[in-house]
Design a protein around this ligand. Structure first.
Ligand SMILES: [Zn+2]
Length: 608
């Protein structure tokens, strides 16, 4: 899919573009000293923390950490590809672009025609629904469920007719390769007759879009008694189910603005919620909620409400989804619906306002939801059940990272069963120990943990109170971004030995960037970096006020601070181990070994 634009053209467009003008189309900016300030378009806020620097041609949000240049702004904000962003800026600056050459023409065309065919099929189905006698039953079905024409247009809903091969005929007429259309999931070959058939027949059609808003698949709901009730496109080269969220391209803006996503089980729920004014809703596609889907959500927000069906299957799916979201550092709440209802039913029964309250005030923290679930089918008067319940709750609380929250649930337990907090803490330690033993068998490698931040699980931002080594790393990186010699010097002295994973990754990109023969140019470097989180970091670093030059002494200081950090950590850890060993009466040899290492570390640290 990579169309190729010559580097000189990109440079010319970058040169001609004024970031203030570009962003002004989306955000009202006010000049303040050397910067422009406005309300961040990437997260909801009432006081401006979004800053644009005309000097550096960069933007940075002090609230959510978003950042980049004009090109990355368009990519992030409008979900454009690099090439599309360049095309948009070319149009804006009146730059002529050469005909786009394809780097991989074969691959591009293949996917291109699959997507085009989907787009065409969506229009075809939509036309049948809106304008033909055949589509009337489907139209009436939607109207009966309270779905207006406006909503039908908004979601491009359609109708696939009963007849066997209407889409096949259309594709043939437009010269599409039918084998390829089979691979795209639109049609299939009947085994008995070897005839081409439409995959979707007699169904209300829901186009499924990728992140950029292109149709890549369909969901179809049977009218009447058709089986199965819901049929989705199969997994294809353009439709990877575990990477796709229904309606994400439509909801992304609202998710960012409201700083929260709502997760539904089905597309009808998303549409009904939209109609009720909830526009930050998305849904999975019939497969279990995946880590990749959670990562996509994490890029737009760190809060989510799970609004699944109220039955047992819905609740157990909500638990699994919640676990996956929490692993990506997303703050999860669960909206509870009556057992026999899905969100769509709920809206029909109680109206839009009640539904919104259900999602906001009445949604409970994930942990509370789990506690409720654990109580089910247990008789807490019975001692066995009670003990099992307490252990299960402690198992869940023991992994909560917030001490305040953990304390809260333990207090609840203590009060309910008239237990002392000490007894509960003791019990929690036992549970933790058990878990650790279970985990020890399958411990993740250090390489894996090092990569963890890449998967979107960024550590929560620490706005203030950075420690010395962290500041040292940030300052050095800021210099390295602007000065090739500094970068080379640092590479020689510490290479990738930064203490913060994101810093290591950034340095690696930077070394490679300079090795490729590029000159220092922050804006250009941002396009070189593939991960948005790192682009954000670069823009944050460029908003640090650092002097133009760094002296050798300063540089050595920073490097020392970076180098001694792991030793400091080890020292603290060993000291703690020694204390534990003494308390537990461990063997003399063990204690002596620890002591020796501690002395060693102390000597090394003293030298610095
Ligand atoms: Zn922001």
């Amino acid at each position: 899919m990579a169309a190729f634009i010559p580097e000189e053209k990109v440079a010319e467009i970058r040169e001609k573009t004024d970031i203030v003008e570009v962003i002004n189309d989306y955000v009202q900016l006010k000049k303040q000293g050397r910067h422009y300030l406005g309300l961040c378009p990437f997260h909801g806020e009432n006081t401006p923390s979004f800053s644009v620097s005309p000097e550096r041609q960069l933007y940075h949000c002090f609230g959510c950490g978003a950042g980049g240049n004009a090109i990355t702004f368009l990519m992030e904000h409008d979900g454009l590809t690099f090439v599309e962003a360049i095309q948009s800026l070319a149009a804006k600056t009146g730059t002529e672009l050469p005909e786009l050459e394809d780097q991989y023409p074969g691959e591009r065309e293949q996917h291109q025609s699959k997507k085009e065919a989907h787009q065409m099929a969506a229009k075809f189905y939509h036309h049948l629904l809106m304008n033909t006698e055949q589509g009337k039953e489907a139209y009436d079905y939607l109207t009966a469920r309270g779905i207006s024409e406006e909503i039908i247009e908004e979601f491009q809903l359609g109708y696939a007719p009963e007849r066997n091969n209407m889409l096949v005929q259309l594709l043939e007429k437009r010269d599409y390769d039918l084998e390829e259309m089979e691979e795209a999931g639109l049609i299939f070959r009947q085994e008995s007759s070897w005839q081409w058939n439409d995959r979707f027949r007699g169904r209300v059609m829901f186009p499924i879009h990728n992140q950029r808003g292109q149709v890549i698949a369909f969901g179809g709901r049977a009218l009447g008694e058709g089986v199965p009730k819901y049929l989705n496109s199969p997994e294809t080269p353009i439709f990877l189910k575990h990477e796709t969220l229904y309606s994400f391209s439509k909801a992304r803006q609202a998710i960012r603005k409201q700083d929260e996503a709502v997760l539904f089980e089905g597309y009808m729920d998303v549409i009904a919620a939209w109609k009720a004014g909830v526009k930050n809703g998305v849904a999975g596609l019939g497969t279990a909620f995946s880590k990749r889907q959670a990562e996509q959500i994490r890029k737009a927000t760190d809060k989510a409400v799970i609004a699944y069906d109220g039955d047992n299957a819905g609740r157990s799916a909500a638990w699994k989804t919640g676990d996956i979201l929490e692993k990506q550092d997303i703050d999860v709440r669960v909206a509870l619906f009556p057992a026999e209802m899905d969100p769509d039913d709920y809206i029909q029964a109680y109206g839009a306002e009640a539904f919104k309250v259900q999602l906001s005030e009445r949604a409970v923290p994930f942990m509370s939801f789990k506690v409720q679930e654990l109580r089910k089918n247990k008789n807490l008067q019975n001692e066995g059940d009670r003990l099992a319940y307490i252990e299960e709750v402690l198992r869940e609380t023991s992994v909560i990272s917030s001490a305040v929250e953990r304390e809260f649930y333990m207090k609840q337990l203590a009060e309910e069963f008239d237990l002392s907090m000490d007894a509960l803490r003791e019990e929690e330690r036992k549970v933790q120990k058990k878990e650790q033993q279970e985990k020890a068998a399958k411990a993740p490698s250090s390489a894996e943990t090092g990569k963890r931040w890449r998967s979107g699980a960024l550590p929560k931002k620490q706005v203030s109170m950075r420690s010395a080594y962290e500041n040292a790393e940030r300052t050095l990186l800021a210099f390295m971004l602007q000065n090739r010699e500094v970068a080379e010097d640092v590479k020689e002295r510490i290479g990738g030995e930064f203490n913060i994973d994101a810093h290591t990754a950034l340095a690696a990109y930077l070394y490679a960037y300079y090795d490729d023969g590029h000159e220092p140019d922050v804006s250009r470097f941002m396009e070189y970096v593939e991960e948005q989180e790192l682009v954000n970091l670069v823009s944050e670093l460029m908003h640090l006020d650092i002097p133009a030059e760094i002296s050798d002494n300063e540089m050595s200081d920073y490097i020392e601070q970076i180098k001694i950090r792991p030793k400091r950590e080890e020292l603290l850890q060993r000291q703690k181990q020694l204390k534990d060993a003494e308390r537990n009466g461990d063997s003399e040899t063990n204690q002596r070994q620890l002591l020796t290492r501690i002395m060693e570390l102390m000597t090394q640290l003293k030298k610095n």
